[in-house]
Design a protein around this ligand. Sequence first.
Ligand SMILES: *Cc1c(COP(=O)(O)O)cnc(C)c1O
Length: 406
Amino acid sequence: MGDMIALEKRYGATNYAPLPVVLARGEGVWLWDDQGRRYLDMLSAYSAVSFGYGHPRLLAALNEQAARLAVTSRAFYSDRLPPFLARLCEITGMDRALPMSTGAEGVETAIKCARKWAYVVKKVPEGRARIICCEGNFHGRTSTIVGFSSEAQYRDQFGPYSDGFVRVPFGDAAALEAAITPETAAFLVEPIQGEAGIIVPPEGYLTQCARICRERNVLLIVDEVQTGLGRTGKLLACHHEGVKPDGIILGKALGGGLLPVSAFCAREEVMGVFRPGDHGSTFGGNALGAAVGLAALDVLVDERLSERAATMGAYLLGRLRTIASPVVTAVRGKGLLIGVELDPARVGARQFVETLLKHGVLSKDTHGTVARFAPPLVVDREQLDWGVERIRDALREYGPVYERAA
Ligand SMILES: *Cc1c(COP(=O)(O)O)cnc(C)c1O
């Protein structure tokens, strides 16, 4: 184990500080390290592994398609991409889908599409289009995207930044309304801010945003890369409020935990602005990714994983809320996307997730004070109970732990 860590530290770029565990195998919700020790995965690769490790249907789709045809580029049609696009539109309620590989590429696609829509349809003067985004946003790591991040570490010293973005407070629809000008192309928002620490906006926020955007001829683009595909207890997090946006970005779980697969899905009038040659990607929409993405969408629906996330998420949230510990200051989330806020005076989140690791649970800190719990959606009650006991064990190292009445 030490060998691998030393090797990575010697040859890898220093842009990550992984927890000290060397993973070697996964099955369902469990991971094993190179010493054979078992862990409950409560991170799911930031929601990319919603189906768990080694899901038989996804593995079969991957292996069969890999042997038949994988990458051809989009210079040609394939017999795998069209059904994937159709299913994406069916599931999102959108008219057209543009496949990419990573979440950040999906966001970049949405930005380009919104800007072109502003010029072609809304008739904003060339070069003037603005996109409104939120304080605390996380939309990926490209140089354009980090330019509108409010997080110093994501942004600082990677400038000069791309022009044309404005930030408003998250969860404040009045602030959105006040920030709109005739040059505003779109409002780009996460239904729940994941990286910011699982921040759930006030109820009705997205509905109000949708109304404001409609009235002011501004596109509502929802980044569901982390919250989408069942994670929060609905197929899409925007379905909690019955909101139909103009564009939706999907990623992470769309690749079934096996491949990078993302997509920007949008209404006809919006996606219709792209002409052949306007935008593209060598790997986006490749037959292998399309086959796995389609299988992932089918598994999501067939196994009723959104409903499962709702039930198991409510159960986990309830269990976590019965933990009375001076270390825990708040427990929040929706479905199986849960954040536990820790008192930094007692323990830092990084130290806490290292303690959890020692007790056999994999989680990740965010923003110094939050430990996040987002297990694969296939998790069951017994496994969650086991995880909660380990969380209690870890908390006990920093103070007394009592049971609060549910
Ligand atoms: C992870 C994430 C992204 C970026 O996805 P990558 O695949 O890492 O590029 C974008 N938006 C949200 C909300 C995310 O959580």
